[in-house]
Design a protein around this ligand. Structure first.
Ligand SMILES: NC(=O)c1ccc[n+]([C@@H]2O[C@H](COP(=O)([O-])OP(=O)(O)OC[C@H]3O[C@@H](n4cnc5c(N)ncnc54)[C@H](O)[C@@H]3O)[C@@H](O)[C@H]2O)c1
Length: 323
């Protein structure tokens, strides 16, 4: 039985809390939040010991999940690792590359498991598309939502686009050659929508579009290969594949006729709760049942690309031409 603790009981922490009670071979020994009222309420509801100081929880746990706000991750994560705790930290691990590197170095030197909560990696459709694509030439992602004032101080890249950056880097699997970013402020002092192009050494290109000024929530990815096109819906975990597209145009005196024929396949995707799969993977790595599926270097690369993209947007840099 693995004893775990949970730090941060806000929106994301509550999802972790609900799932931990659902997972066998794991016992939630402590929950912690800086807000004592929240701790009391959830401790009473779940029967799990509550804390406002996470260090008091250390003697009772082997592994910890951090779902506190990102700006506190580095300090809390370092304390947990130095105390010898395996760690699952919500994404983004930090907003500073050197801090993230340092945390992984500590984890490696102490033989501890350190995972970042890139939950979209565990989306059934994302797992499947990695198996069926061979040579993506162009990948397009769209992740848009309504404006939520609670997140107005957060970067849309580190909050939303980091999921797509992580998936696309993994899917294309070639070094990044260049990044272009353009976006604008609408509701906040940061970019509220952005379009980002990533060029890879193997000549593949990704265009990632993210927005928090939409009226609807949409999360899609389209992958273009030489002979197939894959459309993935992150929300429903569906994949549709289109092959052998044939277009025909007929001109007559009065009209232009356009015909497009293709074969469409709908893939069967095994759908599990992605957060549950993420927690299970973490637990299985801690207990030695499996090895991490994504390397530390990949985790650091995703963060680095996200930070560089965020920097471009903050500076308002885009390889634009003055007219
Ligand atoms: N994986 C995802 O898709 C996803 C989605 C949303 C949020 N997140 C990440 O989860 C983290 C938390 O986000 P959220 O939306 O749940 O935030 P939130 O503000 O809803 O909750 C954070 C909680 O942490 C508590 N807290 C603050 N400082 C603390 C400390 N020192 N010790 C203990 N508790 C402390 C706060 O009181 C609050 O209850 C962020 O890093 C965010 O980026 C990830």
């Amino acid at each position: 039985m693995l004893n775990v603790g949970l730090i941060g009981l806000g929106k994301m922490g509550k999802y972790h809390l609900n799932l931990y009670s659902d997972i066998s071979d794991v016992k939630l020994m402590g929950i912690c939040d800086a807000n004592p009222d929240l701790v009391n309420e959830l401790s009473e509801k779940t029967g799990v010991q509550g804390y406002t100081n996470y260090k008091e929880m250390f003697p009772y746990v082997d592994a910890v999940t951090i779902a506190a706000p990102t700006r506190f991750h580095y300090e809390i994560a370092k304390d947990c690792l130095l105390a010898g705790k395996h760690l699952l930290v919500e994404k983004p691990i930090t907003t500073n590359y050197d801090h993230a590197r340092e945390l992984f170095d500590i984890a490696i030197s102490k033989n501890l498991v350190l995972h970042i909560g890139h939950v979209e990696r565990f989306n059934g459709a994302v797992q499947e598309i990695r198996k069926i694509t061979e040579n993506p030439r162009f990948v397009e992602t769209k992740r848009v939502a309504q404006f939520n004032p609670n997140f107005k101080a957060d970067s849309i890249v580190l909050d939303l686009m980091i999921h797509d950056i992580d998936i696309v880097l993994n899917l294309i699997g070639s070094p990044v050659k260049a990044i272009q970013a353009v976006g604008s402020k609408v509701h906040t002092d940061l970019a509220d929508f952005a379009s980002v192009n990533i060029a890879f050494e193997n000549d593949a290109v990704a265009n990632l579009y993210v927005s928090r000024m939409s009226q609807i929530k949409e999360r899609f990815m389209t992958v273009y290969e030489d002979n197939a096109l894959y459309k993935l819906d992150f929300t429903t975990q569906d994949i549709n594949i289109y092959r052998q597209g044939q277009t025909q145009q007929t001109f007559s005196e009065k009209e232009l006729r356009y015909k497009n024929e293709f074969i469409q396949e709908r893939l069967f995707v095994y759908k599990e709760n992605p957060l549950k799969s993420e927690i299970m993977h973490f637990i299985n790595c801690v207990t030695g049942k499996t090895k991490r599926t994504v390397t530390v270097e990949h985790d650091l690369l995703s963060l680095n690309v996200a930070l560089k993209t965020d920097e471009l947007l903050r500076k308002g840099i885009f390889g634009q031409v003055e007219l």
